[in-house]
Design a protein around this ligand. Structure first.
Ligand SMILES: [Cu+2]
Length: 279
């Protein structure tokens, strides 16, 4: 399903892709431009984008729009973490952060932390030379969604004084389950494009994703569900959207000869669980 709206969508000119990652603060330019009444999840939305578009003469177009929640805004719950489970994670006078980042829907229904990718043929991937660090700090992953190009290296780190482990759930890249004692790290070269879930088995609430993209044209939505992908040549593209809880969808984007494109509005909703019929 595709909805196109040209007038009501956000202008996201401040959100160009960049490396090191774009980290959006609640008072960022985009929030001001959007004039939004603020959104509960904004304080913890970081866009960890490690891909950069390939600049080219004809690549002056951009795809932009919003990913929006279709349905009633779901109530947010805290992560379930007991005192015993979080022993040693924080200082005695500190409280552990229980914010659940798995589904962040703002008051404007924008869905944060959705990954948007556009496949462009014959592009050479821009791979950062430095490791992309995914740290474990106070028994949380310091980045919830990491958008990394195929070929990059992720360094899983434990900056805590308690042990963690890194358990990867992947189908194409080699899966592993490795204990990381305090102040140690482990590197993984990303060899296949896919979404890898990262968990710590010691602290069951710890979960993050490494989205391995085989495109330079990709980004993560901000706290208003906004996205912008620049550097596109004129033409028709399919933007694919992935969200950890809402699944996948896609939308067509047309970049004109002048580099213009209409803002797209992409609805996503929770899948209805079918109850089994009782016999
Ligand atoms: Cu852990």
């Amino acid at each position: 399903m595709k909805l196109v709206s040209s007038a009501t969508l956000l202008l996201l000119t401040g959100l160009a892709l960049a490396y090191p990652p774009v980290v959006l603060a609640p008072d960022s330019a985009s929030s001001a431009e959007a004039g939004a009444v603020c959104c509960s999840p904004s304080s913890d939305v970081r866009r960890n984008v490690y891909v950069t578009p390939t600049p080219s003469e004809e690549g002056k177009g951009k795809a932009h729009g919003r990913v929006v929640f279709d349905g009633e805004i779901p109530k947010r719950k805290e992560l379930s973490i007991t005192e015993a489970q979080s022993k040693g994670c924080v200082q005695a006078d500190e409280a552990i952060n229980k914010q659940d980042l798995t589904l962040l829907v703002g008051e404007d229904k924008g869905i944060a932390n959705a990954v948007v990718t556009i496949a462009v043929p014959d592009q050479e991937l821009n791979v950062p030379e430095e490791n992309i660090v995914l740290d474990q700090v106070q028994c949380r992953f310091d980045q919830h969604i990491v958008l990394a190009p195929l070929g990059a290296t992720v360094e899983y780190r434990n900056s805590d004084d308690v042990p963690h482990n890194v358990h990867t759930y992947s189908l194409r890249n080699k899966a592993f389950n490795r204990t990381l004692s305090a102040q140690t790290s482990y590197e993984q070269a990303l060899q296949h494009a896919e979404v890898i879930q990262i968990r710590c088995d010691i602290h069951p609430w710890m979960s993050a994703y490494v989205f391995v993209a085989d495109s330079n044209f990709a980004t993560i939505t901000d706290e208003h569900g906004g996205f912008e992908i620049s550097g596109l040549a004129p033409g028709e593209y399919t933007a694919k959207i992935w969200h950890e809880k809402l699944g996948k969808t896609e939308v067509k984007v047309v970049v004109s000869e002048e580099g213009e494109s209409e803002a797209v509005s992409v609805p996503m909703k929770l899948k209805v669980k079918r109850s089994r019929r009782r016999r």
